[in-house]
Design a protein. Structure first.
Ligand SMILES: Cc1ncc(COP(=O)(O)O)c(C=O)c1O
Length: 424
């Protein structure tokens, strides 16, 4: 077991090599009290790893993650290093290592060759939608709670390929209800189910394994928008049955801004056409022989010069999360979200939009104050230096708070009191 102080000091440099004390869940009862104490001190002290001002509580990781110093320092130092001797290209071995670390966030069976380093979840989504052989009249199923990052490419595809969109509203009551709504939309023309793993509106974790089984039964493609799930909780991508998973690294992973990954399952790589290619997408190229062989792995979806500092920043972000332990982060964030949710449940003029079933709840809590303009409520809370986000997608008028390691229990308490004050 290492000392909390050593752990925090080490995060800046060698986070990946460090381990926290064993999870309290794995200890004998007599051990629990001192460990809980140490752990709660750790979360409080961890706040210092962020440049967020002390009086500013940031509850919008789901919008854009705050990066810890371990990440921003790495990006700055790599940028400076690059300027000493700018050179095109990048280290193949470093990139393979970093893709491998990203793959580790998607479970033990995911490999570096299934990961492409992209700029955003949006880019990954576009690679998938443009790479699939979608034709006029082909049907795509999605939810009414998707982010514009998926809605806009899907609508664009109606114009460019003539696809037909079929939408369902996620069931906030039961997971089975959501699966049944999708099943009811399936026809012989269904080619693709493309949904969020965690919705950006209500923070609902969709029943992806069940949806994946349905897709498999009907032989249709299954793609996930993982912008909100990557590094929010442990993922076993193989268990979801998803063929593709597009995600941002600049949300719960807390990586540098404008970074993302695209996972394409090994057996589906040859079927997904690469629509934007260039240097680094190829295995072998000969203009004289008019020959091109694209990479067999997901690197075929990468192209052109990359911003190396950002890619190294992704590595530091994965190391940071790994050093804390993703199961532990998830447990901690869920506890904050649950405390907030329960406190709001007790406030009589607040309506919670969180899912009924605990398994469907994430570290994002959405609520509204009926009778108020909730965009204004979000602005008022933010003006009190409690940064939340208003939710207008899916016709909602609500407020979302997302909880992560840059938050403390004291900040959650402030938010609870401020929401109470907003009800007059
Ligand atoms: C569900 C979802 N998908 C996609 C995005 C967009 O991510 P990016 O900016 O990385 O494309 C967001 C951003 O909030 C999101 O919540």
């Amino acid at each position: 077991m290492i000392e909390r102080r050593d752990f925090l000091a080490g995060l800046g440099a060698t986070a990946g090599a460090l381990m926290l004390p064993p999870d309290a869940a794995g200890t004998v009862a007599g051990d629990l009290a001192p460990r809980r104490q140490a752990t709660s001190d750790l979360w409080r002290d961890l706040r210092q790893q962020f440049q967020l001002p002390a009086d500013y509580a940031y509850f919008n990781t789901a919008g854009l993650g705050a990066s810890p110093r371990a990440v921003s320092d790495r990006v700055k130092s790599e940028m400076d290093r690059e300027e000493l001797s700018p050179a095109p290209g990048h280290s193949e071995s470093d990139w393979t290592r970093i893709r491998g670390k990203c793959a580790s966030l998607l479970g033990p069976s995911c490999s570096a060759g299934e990961i492409a380093l992209v700029s955003t979840a949006t880019e990954g989504i576009n690679i998938v939608l443009n790479g699939l052989p979608l034709e006029k009249g082909d049907e795509v199923i999605t939810s009414t709670h998707e982010h514009p990052a998926l809605v806009i490419p899907l609508l664009h595809k109606i114009g460019t390929a003539g696809i037909v969109l079929r939408t369902f509203e996620p069931d906030l009551g039961t997971r089975a209800g959501t699966v049944e709504r999708i099943r009811a939309l399936m026809t012989p023309r269904t080619r693709l189910i493309f949904v969020s793993h965690v919705t950006c509106t209500t923070g609902q974790i969709l029943p992806v394994a069940e949806i994946g089984r349905l897709a498999d039964e009907r032989h249709v493609w299954f793609a996930l928008d993982g912008a909100q799930s990557l590094a929010q909780f442990p993922i076993d991508i193989a268990a979801t049955g998803a063929h593709c998973f597009a995600a941002s690294c600049h949300k719960f992973l807390m990586g540098p801004k404008r970074t993302g990954i695209l996972y394409v399952r090994r057996d589906r790589l040859p079927e997904l056409e690469s629509t934007v290619v260039g240097a680094y997408s190829d295995q072998a190229t000969s203009l004289a022989e008019r020959q091109l062989t694209l990479r067999a792995d997901a690197q075929r979806f990468e192209y052109g010069t990359q911003n190396a500092a950002l890619i190294y920043g992704i590595e530091s972000a994965v190391d940071f999360v790994a050093a804390l332990g993703l199961p532990r982060i998830w447990q901690h964030n869920q506890a904050m979200a649950e405390r907030f949710r329960k406190a709001l449940q007790a406030q009589k003029s607040v309506e919670l939009l969180s899912p009924a079933e605990a398994e469907a709840r994430s570290a994002m809590v959405t609520f509204r104050i009926p009778g108020r303009n909730n965009g204004q409520v979000a602005n008022a809370l933010t003006a009190r230096r409690l940064r939340v986000r208003s939710v207008t997608e899916a016709g909602l008028d609500a407020v979302r708070a997302s909880f992560h390691v840059c938050n403390t229990d004291a900040e959650v308490d402030k938010l609870i009191s401020a929401v109470a004050a907003e009800q007059g």
